[in-house]
Unconditional design. Sequence first.
Length: 320
Amino acid sequence: MKNNKPTFIIGIDGGGTKTHAVITDRHGNILAEHFGGPSNFQIIGLEKAVETIFSLIRSCCESVGASTHNLLSVACGLTGAGRVGDQQRMAEGLHRYARKKKSPLNNIIIESDARIALEGAFKGGAGIILIAGTGSIAFGKDEKGRILRVGGWGRVLGDEGSGYYIGKHGVTAVTRHLDGRGEKTTLTKMLAGKFGFTDQAAIINAVYKEGFDLASVAPLVMEAARKKDKVCTLIIEQAVIELAEHVRVAASEILSTTRSKVKSKVKLAFVGGLIANRTILSELLRKYIQENISLVSMIEPMASPAYGAAILAMRAQSKV
């Protein structure tokens, strides 16, 4: 017979390709974890995202022999949930779906994926995460728990150093090469081979009519830079400078609020496909930061974003 006393907490990290859920006890000990499909409601729609999330909630409960009645709180950090209105819409949708399944949820917290990544990286402590994937942003938290952000303006106004930024500059370099206005680059041949970009018409049609994903070119730019292509190397070097500036500004802001007479360094962790793994971009960025920004010390993330969501849920419960 199942105990109906609220005991457990679930943290969920939902993205465009997969969703990760962990269930913990009230002290933060991970008891089980599960993975599911995408849950970016901005792309797949609210209903499908809710179905994915609720399925993982149920799987987590079954892993510990519990029901949703045993949950103190569920916290979800979702791609595309940075605005309050979207967070409310997602929470309401999840509440409705859970009631429909006769498994109501008491407390639901919806946050952005960046917010839970920040909490997970430092297990609730202070620090900065630099995120570089399709977009780019630095999220930081000071010792008082104040949250700050640098960047995150989107591909039209910002996202400097991101996959989109690198890909766009790569394609631009190819157009200049084809025109004779720019230096020769091996990227021209690479794009022709992978995407069929053999001439102006092919590129214009793909970018302006077919919605070609410019960020998909970033891996090719990094590959060419790794092979010493001069044009692509300069693109990566500029991306490094742009990303490092996010870090410098965030670290300066956090240290300006520190009351201690002895200013310790701010912890920094890399998040996102472009820099969390070993790439030429991450290698050059680490080297650049170590040589030019003395305000930070780089560490590997201490826990997953899903666990960061659980931390938010635990913190919310402690205030009740």
